[in-house]
Design a protein around this ligand. Structure first.
Ligand code: EPU
Length: 337
């Protein structure tokens, strides 16, 4: 049974905590409910938006359309050997609860992705990543529902065209398919990824390196740097870390010897946007009700009653000043609606 709400506040459904409204809102837990909602939405002839945890969204205004959210949460074991387990998970499962469940079962592969806000169904869209792991490393299949034809589809890992915070769901399939399930292959054998500097340092506090301790270390690092959306509205990293030509990276290194540079290949390097924003003097600064987090300059925050427009204005100012100082264009990571 679908329960449709009209003129519904999305304040609790976007981690920036913007108090905006949508015309209609409904959850769905299976294909029948999804079809029912889509038929109604087509009849009303208004735009559709699917949200998960709302952790990567910036609403500029009220949304005069139909917002829908998956609530199917089942975790099914599809295949299991002594070495690995394959799981099919409902799109409505909370990402971090899924990570915790896997860690408790001693299934490895996503422990570095602990505490990332959002839903399982949205993790493939921007290929969530942290501490040396991206979710593409463990995704087997993404199942979708086509909004036009009502047919179901299965995308293999290769079909998803995963890249850094990127996938086919941000491009060719944007607004066309709804993700209903994601399947993962997780490890039963010890295969930890501990190359990321901060994680290595944090783990020095532990005598044993196991999945639970890695998860705890990641949680502690995140809690020390990233604001909790319940306390301070934010959407995690606001910008992507820019990838620049090696010549520019070398030139900047001469000027700023402390600049962190992660060489990607013979031609390109990645530079932390947080460093650029801090160096440009923005860390901890506010414009109106929008601010730059004082512990991680890559995170823009809602200081209380900010609007999406105010946060966007701050973002544009930051982009201009980083462009002027370093010649680098910062690309937004959040989805602007
Ligand atoms: N830095 C600064 N000042 C800052 C922030 C960062 O100088 O205010 C520099 C430091 O040199 C630091 C380096 O940037 O060593 C990297 O910082 P950090 O480890 O915090 O990671 P990040 O590159 O800023 C990325 C992801 C995060 C992810 C972390 C950890 C992107 C856009 N962001 O941030 O993802 O948690 O690495 O792996 O790639 C998210 O996507 O929402 C997110 C939080």
């Amino acid at each position: 049974m679908i329960d449709i709400k009209e003129n519904f506040s999305l304040k609790k459904f976007n981690t920036f905590g913007f108090d905006i409204q949508c015309r209609y809102f409904s959850t769905f837990s299976n294909e029948t409910e999804l079809k029912e909602i889509l038929l109604l939405q087509k009849k009303l002839n208004i735009p559709l938006m699917v949200i998960g945890g709302g952790s990567n969204l910036l609403f500029k205004n009220d949304f005069n359309g139909f917002v829908i959210q998956p609530t199917n949460k089942n975790i099914e074991i599809k295949n299991e050997t002594n070495e690995y387990v394959e799981l099919r998970v409902g799109a409505g499962e909370n990402w971090d609860e899924f990570v915790e469940y896997c860690v408790n079962n001693n299934w490895g592969g996503i422990e570095n992705l602990s505490l990332i806000p959002g839903f399982v169904g949205t993790c493939p869209i921007q290929n969530i990543g942290a501490y040396g792991v991206e979710v593409k490393d463990v995704i087997l299949l993404v199942e979708t529902f086509d909004i036009e034809t009502f047919s179901t589809h299965s995308f293999t890992n290769a079909d998803c065209h995963f890249g850094y915070r990127d996938s086919i769901f941000k491009h060719d399939l944007k607004g066309k398919h709804i993700i209903t399930h994601v399947s993962f292959k997780l490890n039963k054998k010890v295969d930890f990824i501990l190359d990321y500097g901060h994680l290595k340092t944090e783990l020095l506090k532990y005598k044993i390196i196991d999945l639970k301790n890695i998860r705890q270390a990641v949680i502690d690092i995140r809690n020390s740097k990233l604001p909790k959306p319940e306390d301070t509205g934010n959407a995690g990293s606001f910008f992507k870390n820019p990838v620049v030509k090696n010549e520019l990276a070398e030139q900047l290194k001469q000027q700023y010897p402390d600049i962190p540079i992660y060489v990607q290949n013979a031609k390109e390097s990645k530079i932390p946007a947080g460093w650029l924003i801090e160096k440009a003097g923005w860390k901890g600064r506010n414009i109106g009700n929008a601010g730059v987090h004082s512990k991680q300059a890559l995170v823009l925050i809602n200081l209380g009653n900010a609007t999406g427009a105010e946060v966007l204005h701050l973002a544009k100012e930051i982009q201009n000043s980083v462009k002027n100082q370093f010649g680098i264009e910062l690309e937004m990571e959040v989805n602007v609606v």
